[in-house]
Design a protein around this ligand. Sequence first.
Ligand code: ADE
Length: 419
Amino acid sequence: MDVKFKVKDLSLADQGLLKIEWAESRMPVLMKLREKYSKEKPLSGIRIGGCLHITKETAVLVRTFMAAGAETAWCGCNPLSTQDDVAAALAKEGVAVFGWRGLSREEYYWCIDQVIASEPNITLDDGADLVVTIHEKRPEVIDGIIGGTEETTTGVHRLKAMAESGRLKYPIIAVNDAETKWDFDNVYGTGQSSLDGILRATNILLAGKNVVVVGYGHCGRGIALRARGMGANVTVCEVDPIKALKAVMEGYRVMPMSEAAKIGDIFITATGCKDVIRREHIALMKDGVVLANAGHFNVEISVSDLEEMAKSKKEIRPNNVEYILPDGRRIYLLAEGRLVNLVAAEGHPSEVLDMSFANQFMSVLRLVKEKGRLEPRVYEVPREQDLEIARLKLETMGIRIDDLTPEQERYLKSFEAGT
Ligand code: ADE
């Protein structure tokens, strides 16, 4: 590789290290795995190329891979989410890290290219930009790749589409689809950190506000839950009838965006789809509304529509841009329509990423162990891994649970006993 690392400012490393150590104190499951595997070093000789938000939690994961013997090269998976102090700390520790906050599109892909240049044996992706770039631009490195993992819903969708069209050339484990990932990280992680981002960017009162949550998947569910907990009136917009029904029965108002646009004070998108807030909706909005996105890509709010409609814009606080429409209405767009939790706050808290990243670590171990035996398709995390991570998490929280008696086990496996 030509360049060893590229970060904003190496002098931020000490501050980054403090953050990483704080995260380590909150990620006991991952730390237990680190302790265990730093003796065995099952990843010796393995190069891991990661494309995942460069945050203090990611740094804990990277350090764990290195303790288990791996070499790593890392880039961020979003142009605005890199924590520059953490990137500096990683660079100082010898990680080939490429990323800084505020990347242009060209710089973003340059960073991905540097990770590919390290010729990884394992890819770890969040959103699938690394895997897609390898397949489209550098297919010659695929020969050396054992497999990959994917962190997020959007990435799993993209990779399944690739696999279905016969274009995926190596196995991927869908870490996102582990129950100890999506049912915690996507719900409680996104829920809390998205509101955290909105509050840091605005400091508005949530109590009594009409919050419109667009998309009632796992992330939308978490956002709605936390917004309601802060006293907001929550409205949900959905296209899936089952998800819409779940929102109704959870007690939220459900309506199409054409109606919600008129009443909302704060709009938060988490759909994985494009243009869910667009010109026709912005035209109906009240003066002073806040728009934020919690989905992986910046396509959910049509920023181009807002730009075209506005007569002026100015940044009024960090991560908060005021657009003024010709009739004087003000619309506040947070974090440029990118992931508000990672751009305006620090992303999911460490405690919940503890489980997600334990899944990442164990999935990478599995790929190495199963080298050559997996097909080029998207694999689930085995149930045993999920259960082990849940058990470990409970143990580190000091929570004990019951065991089935042998008779109960027999009962649950039988069909004879009825009324
Ligand atoms: N995804 C969401 N929050 C994150 C964080 N803090 N670090 C890495 N990836 C994330």
